[in-house]
Write a protein that binds this ligand. Sequence first.
Ligand code: FES
Ligand code: FES
Length: 157
Amino acid sequence: MVNGSEVDFGIGTEEHQVPPSETLADTLRERLGLTGTKVTCDNGACGTCTVLMDGKAVLSCMTLTVECGGRRVVTIEGLRDPLTGALDPIQQAFIDEGAFQCGFCTPGIIMSAKALLLENGAPTEEEVKEGLSGNFCRCITHYQVVRAVMAAAQGGE
Ligand code: FES
Ligand code: FES
């Protein structure tokens, strides 16, 4: 299931099938058009490809799609409220705090932050820094990012 919708691909090498070696990042971007998930290093080092799987942050460039059967995957496109269309509070907090510049790393950081807040609704600043330590931003927005996550956590109280 991706962003609340059932997705069913056969496994194989036909055009409509997912090869066993295909990553979740490629399936999301190339097959499902969910290009909000970014790929930078494609090697597990930068965090830009982070999505949620069963509520936990995973690196979609390091996850094979064949491993995702029966799992709930959420991408940045799926964070909005499906009924009202309202942004998730963590997305709104990033806007309010100006926690991005070019924005390329932002979906991955937001998904890591979402996973952190799902696990710990009132993190300390140190816990936020630790929770986002696998996400890199070349524009150096880290200070604003920490402020945004702390604001989203406080707003959820
Ligand atoms: S693109 Fe997946 S960790 Fe860098
Ligand atoms: S905002 Fe540009 S890489 Fe993070």
